[in-house]
Design a protein around this ligand. Structure first.
Ligand code: SAM
Length: 292
């Protein structure tokens, strides 16, 4: 199934918006992709095939949806902007395997939508050019859901991608890197220049591939683990000891208890938070559970 002219080119993108009398809503992160090679590269990075049912967040006018639909078994695309629904009905009309829903991904019951729209016999993948103003909430919403994603391939601002995939002892490494890498193996697949979007954003983007993974080590309580991580990175320039006192207080008995915990998990109190691995943080959080 192919269109004579792909949706993804700058002239057609502007023409479609003009035909429907629409402007690009900055508040909804509407920067549309107009380069067919980049779209192919996103779909091939996700290794989308007829074995896959794919969720797309924010189809826009359907440029990426079209390329996913050519490879996937089924596509379910969630678009918050109701003005774009009639546009998508037209641009995606050649593709009978696409369902477009006027939904906010952060409020949608994704498990229910999956059972209503997919047959349960295919891998579930998520592929998206994310709206940048809510990149992190969307990713955390997906990772904290019960959905068994085969992979999540998402485009975002390059800086955010660097934080998501950062390794210990780098300046980008922080609570976001740990939150994402606790659930997934995360890597930057490729960089996308700002020139391929209409309208053009101020900064370059990157496509990140997240493969959900099971960890050998588990926190006793995930919420408490994430709180410990956030607390330890509250003041990046302070060492672990000072951040822990910031979280739990400076009373003599607290300090003594914290010293016992650090000894137990064999972590030096002078280390900086960015020197600790995810497993170090899991050990630390588990040992701090009595403080909650
Ligand atoms: N997929 C298209 C492309 O690549 O050209 C458009 C991507 S654009 C960066 C982000 C899209 O997400 C916009 O169409 C925007 O309206 C939509 N969007 C923004 N917030 C959303 C939300 N909470 N739920 C679903 N879609 C959303």
């Amino acid at each position: 199934m192919t269109n004579e002219i792909e949706i993804a080119n700058p002239t057609r993108t502007r023409a479609i918006m003009e035909t429907y009398g629409l402007d690009f809503k900055k508040s909804l992160g509407q920067n549309f992709l107009t380069d067919i090679n980049i779209l192919h590269h996103i779909v091939s990075t996700a290794e989308v095939s007829a074995d896959d049912d794919v969720i797309e967040v924010g189809p826009g006018i359907g440029a990426l949806t079209e390329q996913i639909a050519k490879e996937a078994h089924q596509v379910m695309a969630l678009e918050i902007d109701e003005r774009l629904i009639p546009v998508l009905e037209e641009t995606l009309s050649p593709y009978s395997n696409v369902t477009v829903l006027n939904q906010d991904v952060l409020k949608a019951d994704l498990s229910k939508l999956i059972s209503e729209n997919f047959d349960g016999k295919h891998h579930i993948k998520l592929v998206a050019n994310l709206p940048y103003y809510i990149t992190t909430p969307i990713i955390m919403h997906l990772l904290e859901s019960d959905i068994k994603f085969d992979s999540i391939v998402v485009m975002m601002q390059k800086e955010v991608a660097e934080r998501l995939t950062a390794q210990p002892k780098t300046k980008e490494y922080g609570s976001l890197s740990i939150a994402v890498q606790y659930y997934t193996n995360a890597e930057i697949a490729f960089i996308v220049p700002k020139t391929v979007f209409v309208p053009q954003p101020k900064i370059d983007s990157a496509v990140v591939k997240l493969i959900p993974q099971k960890r050998d080590k588990a926190p006793i309580n995930e919420k408490q683990f994430m709180n410990v991580v956030k607390g330890c990175f509250a003041h990046r320039r302070k060492n672990l000891w000072n951040n822990l006192q910031g979280m739990y207080g400076k009373k003599k008995e607290i300090k003594e208890a914290l010293e016992r915990v650090l000894k137990q998990v064999e972590i030096d109190k002078k280390v900086r938070p960015e020197e600790l691995t995810i497993n170090d943080f899991i050990d630390l959080a588990n040992a701090l559970i009595e403080f909650d």
